[in-house]
Design a protein around this ligand. Structure first.
Ligand code: 0A1
Ligand code: ZN
Length: 886
């Protein structure tokens, strides 16, 4: 484990590499504990660099065996190697030379899951961001692009499959029970996109013909016997390939595209060129084992990794500060894909909820950073909601500002100009500025300034002058001392709603630049701290609908007047804004209820909220999935975020439960009707329509159990469920509402028995129990760490038990005696010794400790401090803790 505090890397220090690597020939002689790696590197001194300039290659924990330069053994004087670097002291003066290096690595001892490691008895690699240097010494930086040829040798019986990037070239027998395969990837790539997989898996095969007629073989490798569960992933892959051609004009560029599903993986998946490696939970699905949410995630992640082939692989990042260049853009692309495959408003609402739940708190707390950070100590800690999700919002704003045509022209220019390069955000923006002939200097602040801007908006209608005045103030509170807060460009998609919700026309508008792209909402372009915008020719008093479709990642405080929001919740022609209005009204009631609970009073919903809730519940003209979203109250963590300080999670929990019961009772008849009308009629289909029916029916089930204060219906639903969506939901309702009941105990045991051999399904069992909202769950989680099926070594198990407890159970995690924090910190200490990346990520669950009420705040602080003071912690974890406490 690297325990050094880690030096700070700065964007301003970027320098191109003195040497480049035109060609990389790798030979792997696989062995469980002593894998030999030979790297033959075709080196080239960059133009302008003095001959003989020393060359330093990155390494991390390597065992050096030997090196040769231009075919001759390099003596100790020529080369010095430590575990973490190899220095060629006086490289040949010629412009090019070859450097051969031999190293030995132990994949079995690799518990970090970075570099070459073992999973399920197989060999697997993960190289992003800096894992390649754990395989061989290299210029392990994204701006060094090389053409790779890879030869893999292994035992034929145990390791029949030998895979790497690119196209297969050759394979054969080596005698002695060993065999080999050679792969060649013609596309120059950075080392983080290298991949190797070797082992024994089953395969599902298909093919795809690209728009220009290239036949591509598609293979998805999964555990033997699970092949049928890869069918949905294969279907999602083919749809992704077609969509990228149709929407962005981008075709696949190799003869084969492969996906391997592994059960030990730190993240969701990885876009290695031509050989994506996936966490198996994002590949395997069938109705018996996967929920609708699982299917949607698989579709989105398969698409995301595939889309990286252009946004990330063909055009990569110059340095890791530019991570959002590939991630923000690719998230935007996968969001658009899912929106086209399913319901666009439902997808948008889901994405905005995610942004608010994860990115907003990050952006207002101690771990806030710009979408393009300027410094880092450990790059693995920057695969964040800010880089990914806020990064995607920035691309979406570009699209809103430039319109469909301008945006497409910018994207086309980007692919044309930078294909095969390692690019920067400046180069990306320059393509849009040039193609759409616009100045994006101020817009670029979105990449550099952390924090969520706030808008304060007021309106005034003058009946005699027929004018409607809108005042917009923008402000940005620096989340971390010293961060900049200059005014930003904020696109506000808007409409002036007349009596029945229809959009009113206006003659003219002054006070801000506006744009109107064909078939889209009008957009007010906010650039100053304050704008006074006046619309003329307004025939009747309008209600202002703003930030339609969530056109910018901002907050709005104060909210629009309550009366306007009730109007918009019923009439706004934009489905997102209608949901937004309803959601903000529910939030207002939940905050009032929390205050009431704190003062010892009962929690209740307002009559107006009850009315609108029952109107939405009973309105069959809305799509089911959309109605389900509207009828889901903000989560306890959302309420806490809105309250912001001196948070008492128990009061929030009681308040939300009280409001839920009130609404459930008031709308009981409507929910009963929904529940019965939406009974499954056809066989399970993971498509949007079926998923929407199940989502709404399950909301109704939850509400009916609350209304009756009984879990009978959940028990019945559990008995009838013929798919995992309904089964997991009913089990969750039963366990959360009646955790002490015999029925819950029996149902949990039945679930465990049914899925004891299916780790990713058993994860749901862990999560349901880890999120029971009561104090005793701390002890339950403790006990579950000893349950059969749990493992401290597997990231999915850790996330489903420890992660779910810390991020999905505000009541137990924040237990007033601090035992929840102690549990998390003790678990993190244990995990850090083996897998620092996962430990550091779990630690982010404590980033909001300062917002708690004083007693919990102190206990949280003590737990974090004692974790930092104990045995030495990894660089990854130290980075998160130090920023959390700063
Ligand atoms: N680039 C991948 C995510 C990823 C990032 C880091 C990893 O290891 C540290 C693994 C995967 C993506 O965006 O899908
Ligand atoms: Zn990505």
């Amino acid at each position: 484990m690297r325990t050094e505090t880690g030096q700070v890397i700065r964007l301003g220090d970027y320098r191109p590499s003195d040497y480049l690597i035109d060609k990389t020939d790798l030979v792997f002689r696989l062995d469980p504990t002593r894998t030999r790696v030979t790297a033959k590197l075709q080196m080239r001194r960059r133009a302008g660099v003095a001959p003989g300039t020393p060359l330093t290659l990155d390494g991390d924990g390597l065992t050096f065996v030997g090196a040769r330069i231009d075919g001759a053994d390099a003596g100790d004087n020529a080369v010095s190697a430590t575990a973490d670097a190899l220095v060629v002291n006086a490289p040949p003066a010629s412009e090019t030379f070859t450097l051969e290096i031999e190293t030995v690595v132990d994949p079995t001892a690799n518990t970090q899951l970075m570099g070459l490691y073992r999973t399920g008895g197989n060999y697997c690699t993960q190289c992003e961001a800096e894992g390649f240097r754990r395989i061989t010494y290299f210029l392990d930086r994204p701006d060094v692009l090389s053409v790779y040829a890879v030869r893999i040798e292994a035992d034929r019986k145990d390791v029949p499959l030998l895979l790497s990037n690119g196209n297969p070239v050759e394979n054969g027998d080596l005698g002695d029970g060993r065999h080999y395969a050679v792969w060649h990837d013609p596309h120059p790539k950075p080392s983080y996109l290298f991949a190797l997989f070797a082992g024994n898996l089953g395969v599902v095969e298909d093919e795809f013909t690209t728009a220009s007629g290239r036949l591509v073989t598609l293979k998805i490798y999964v555990e033997h016997g699970k092949e049928p569960r890869a069918a949905y992933a294969m279907d999602a892959l083919k749809r992704s390939m077609r969509w990228d051609e149709e929407r962005f004009g981008l075709e696949y560029d190799l003869d084969i595209f492969q996906i391997v599903a592994v059960s030990d993986f730190n993240m969701g998946a990885m876009e290695n060129k031509g050989l994506n490696i996936f966490n198996d939970k994002y590949v395997l699905a069938d109705p018996r084992t996967a929920t609708d949410q699982d299917y949607a995630s698989i579709e989105a992640i398969i698409a995301h990794e595939y889309f990286h082939n252009w946004t990330g692989n063909r055009i990569t990042c110059r340095d890791w500060f530019q991570l959002c260049l590939k991630e923000g853009l690719t998230v935007y692309r996968d969001q658009e894909f899912s929106a086209d495959m399913r319901s666009r408003p439902v997808k948008r609402i889901g994405d905005v909820r995610l942004l608010r739940a994860h990115q907003f708190p990050e952006d207002s707390g101690p771990l806030a950073h710009p979408v393009r950070p300027r410094t880092y100590r450990e790059i693995n800690n920057f695969y964040t909601a800010t880089v990914y999700e806020k990064g995607a919002e920035i691309v979406r704003m570009l699209r809103t500002l430039l319109g469909a045509k301008g945006f497409a022209a910018g994207m086309d220019l980007y692919f044309q100009r930078h294909d095969g390069e390692a690019a920067t955000i400046e180069q990306f923006l320059a393509c849009f500025a040039e193609a759409a002939q616009t100045d994006l200097t101020q817009f670029a602040l979105w990449y550099d300034q952390p924090g969520t801007p706030n808008l304060a908006i007021t309106t005034r209608y003058d009946r005699t002058a027929r004018t409607f005045a809108v005042t917009v103030n923008q402000s940005l509170k620096p989340p971390v001392a010293g961060t900049p807060n200059a005014p930003m460009v904020i696109p506000i998609a808007f409409a002036l709603a007349g009596k029945n919700g229809s959009t009113l026309d206006h003659d003219a508008v002054s006070g801000a630049r506006t744009m109107q792209h064909e078939g889209e909402d009008g957009v007010l372009v906010i650039t100053e701290p304050k704008h006074e915008i006046v619309f003329t020719g307004i025939a009747e008093e309008p209600v202002l609908s703003v930030l339609r479709g969530f056109s910018a990642p901002v907050t709005r405080v104060p909210q629009a007047p309550t009366r306007d929001r009730f109007f918009l919740a019923r009439h706004d022609s934009d489905p997102f804004s209608r949901w937004e209005a309803l959601n903000s009204l529910a939030m207002e009631d939940l905050i009032k209820a929390t205050r009431a609970v704190s003062a010892g009073d009962p929690a209740a919903a307002s009559d107006a909220l009850v009315d609108i809730f029952s109107a939405v519940a009973g309105d069959g003209t809305f799509d089911n999935a959309y109605r389900a979203l509207c009828l889901t109250l903000p989560a306890e963590t959302d309420i806490a975020r809105e309250i912001g300080r001196d948070i008492d999670p128990d009061a929030i929990n009681k308040a939300r439960r009280g409001v839920t019961e009130h609404l459930a009772k008031a709308c009981e008849r409507v929910f009963a009707r929904i529940y019965h009308e939406l009974q499954p009629r056809n066989a399970y289909d993971p498509g949007a329509e079926g998923a929407g029916r199940r989502a709404l029916r399950n909301v109704a089930l939850t509400m009916l159990c609350h209304a009756a204060r009984s879990t009978d219906l959940a028990e019945q639903a559990l008995a009838e469920a013929d798919n995992m969506t309904d089964r997991a939901h009913a089990l969750m309702v039963l366990t959360h509402l009646a955790p002490e009941s015999e029925a819950a105990a029996q149902a949990l045991e039945a679930f465990r028995t049914a899925f004891r051999a299916e780790p990713i399904v058993l994860d749901k069992w862990f999560t349901i129990q880890a999120t029971v909202p009561r104090a005793e769950t701390v002890e339950t989680v403790q006990a579950l760490t000893k349950a059969p099926g749990f493992s401290w070594d597997n990231p999915n198990r850790l996330r489903s038990l420890i992660g779910a407890f810390a991020t999905g159970n505000p009541v137990a995690f924040n237990r007033a005696d601090g035992k929840g924090y102690e549990l998390l910190c003790a678990a993190i200490r244990r995990i850090d010794a083996k897998n620092p990346q996962v430990a550091a990520r779990l630690m982010t669950a404590m980033r909001a400790w300062r917002n708690l009420e004083p007693g919990r705040r102190q206990r949280a602080k003590t737990a974090i401090e004692s974790l930092r003071r104990g045995d030495r912690v990894s660089r990854d974890l130290a980075d998160i803790i130090d920023r959390t406490l700063a």
